[in-house]
Design a protein around this ligand. Structure first.
Ligand code: ATP
Ligand code: MG
Length: 498
């Protein structure tokens, strides 16, 4: 099978026409009152899914050759165990678009316990949304049981806290009501994500006109957008993410409620926000996602202090600094270089940290620079943790990057060699380069000179390094008489950067 864009779109074009014909037939059936009762009933509440269009193997380009062998093994095992199983979501969507899927998700009518009985390498996870993870070394295939509608669940289950729970605002706190494949399709977020591929007959089932939307490059929620955002506000972030990732636009109805419903994001647990941060910012599309999140006023739910500074214009470099750090991250990812989320966290919070230091210095003029830095760090981190739960290992790297900004400016004696040996030297040096690029002005070259000094220092021989250290004009040359004790405090001062 040839996967050229031309072929992909020929298939899509074919299917687009087929789905229009199918829609017209469905409409006629409904007008004549012959439409399937269940579909008609649910389409009143959730109008976007009708009976599926089915594409046979010769009508689509979803090939097993492009799928993970482990995902195929799981599909085959579920089928031979007597269950229905489908590849669904990004796995089908991205293959239809000629892209390489990030992961392969499977949906089945087997319950989590039945899945566990079939696979020795299975772990059941999640309370809010119970799932099976089939573990193959580093690859995990996620298998979900078809979800049903909460209102269709037997009364006993609706009232059972363990299977279903909804907040007063309509947010689904637990979603473990199982149902049919049709219901599962209606519970999915976007039309382009409700495509199901069967490894039994190689057919793709399209429940919500997803193929037509792939063709039209539209991100469209299934059902009533407001209800769907209230059930799960993260869908607002997902709409943005898929639009930038797939170079599509968000449909008008799906876009319309975002501004008004954005405050619902405040209810999302910080641990989930961390996951969403990674998907949006460690994806190769960070810069675009940042612009879109700002446009819809969603960025503040990730970095409230940064967002405030961006809005009040209190710092001349902050926006440029963030944009450049995101550009660098994107290009590293697109060149398959390693990135650490800690660098981006450090960049996002750099100016808010400086402003905390300044505010504290004004109110507590007797505090040592070191104490000022650690007090500001603790304030900024405790505010930030309420939005995103940044794991401890990344917090430690952020702190190292910030402390290195001071250490990099102290190069006398043996200090430069010690800094070079610092475990996080590279990240700290890259951060300095970024600062030098953005913060330097025609009147102020200090940072640029410092950055150049470190670039040269790393690439030269030992003798030249010695000469470079000797040639530094110490800013403290005139303060020899400073008592020893005071100098010691200054040596470890991490917040005085220039
Ligand atoms: P990618 O893996 O490329 O980010 P994806 O569409 O596969 O995209 P996942 O987060 O892996 O996204 O989710 C798999 C599928 O599960 C989605 O395609 C969608 O059908 C469904 N899904 C995920 N999150 C939600 C949600 N919040 N609401 C409704 N359905 C969801
Ligand atoms: Mg996926």
């Amino acid at each position: 099978m040839n996967f050229s864009a031309k072929n992909v779109f020929a298939f899509l074009n074919y299917q687009f026409k087929a789905s229009i014909i199918k829609s017209v037939i469905n409409l006629c059936k409904r007008v004549l009152g012959k439409a399937n009762n269940k579909v008609a009933k649910s389409s009143k509440k959730k109008p976007s899914t009708s009976g599926p269009s089915v594409l046979t193997r010769d009508q689509h380009n979803v090939s097993r050759k492009k799928m993970s062998n482990n995902a195929l093994k799981v599909l085959y095992r579920l089928n031979s165990g007597g269950y229905n199983a489908y590849l669904v979501g990004g796995g089908v969507r991205d293959l239809l678009l000629g892209l390489t899927p990030k992961d392969f998700d499977i949906a089945t009518n087997a319950t989590p316990e039945q899945i566990k009985d079939l696979f020795r390498n299975c772990r059941l996870i999640g309370r809010r949304f119970r799932l099976a993870h089939i573990v193959f070394g580093r690859e995990i295939i996620e298998v979900a049981t078809f979800r049903g509608h909460h209102e269709n669940a037997p009364e006993k289950e609706q009232s059972c806290q363990k299977t279903s729970k909804q907040s007063e605002a309509g947010m689904l706190l637990r979603d473990n009501i199982y149902g049919s494949i049709e219901e599962d399709a209606e519970r999915r977020d976007f039309t382009i994500n409700a495509l199901y591929y069967s490894a039994k007959d190689f057919k793709v089932h399209d429940f919500a006109n997803g193929i037509a939307d792939i063709h039209a490059k539209k991100i469209r929620l299934i059902g009533d957008p407001e209800t769907r955002y209230r059930e799960d506000p993260v869908r607002m972030l997902r709409a943005i993410r898929f639009a930038t990732k797939l170079d599509m636009t968000i449909s008008k109805e799906t876009e319309a409620p975002i501004n008004e419903l954005a405050p619902l994001m405040a209810n999302i647990p910080p641990a989930r926000m961390f996951e969403e941060f990674l998907k949006l910012f460690i994806s190769g599309k960070a810069q675009l996602n940042f612009t879109q999140l700002r446009k819809y006023d969603l960025f503040r739910y990730f970095f409230p202090a940064t967002d405030r500074m961006l809005n009040d214009g209190s710092h001349p470099h902050i926006e440029q600094f963030i944009v450049q750090s995101l550009k660098n991250t994107d290009s590293r990812i697109n060149n398959e270089q390693r990135v650490t989320p800690a660098f981006l966290f450090a960049a996002m919070l750099w100016y808010p940290l400086q402003s905390h230091v300044e505010r504290l210095r004004d109110s507590q003029p007797h505090m040592s620079p070191q104490d000022l830095f650690f007090a500001a760090l603790s304030e900024i981190m405790s505010e930030q943790q309420q939005s995103i739960a940044i794991p401890k290992r990344f917090q430690a790297v952020m702190k190292d990057i910030w402390i290195l900004q001071d250490k990099l400016s102290r190069r006398e004696g043996k200090r430069a060699y010690k800094v070079l040996e610092h475990q996080k030297f590279r990240a700290g040096y890259d951060f300095l380069l970024l600062r030098a690029e953005i913060e330097s002005t025609p009147e102020n070259f200090i940072l640029q000179e410092l950055a150049k000094w470190w670039t040269d220092f790393q690439s030269t021989d030992n003798n030249t390094q010695e000469l470079m250290i000797k040639s530094i004009v110490s800013p403290r040359a005139g303060s020899r008489r400073t008592p020893r004790k005071r100098r010691k405090i200054r040596d470890s001062n991490p917040s005085d950067h220039n």
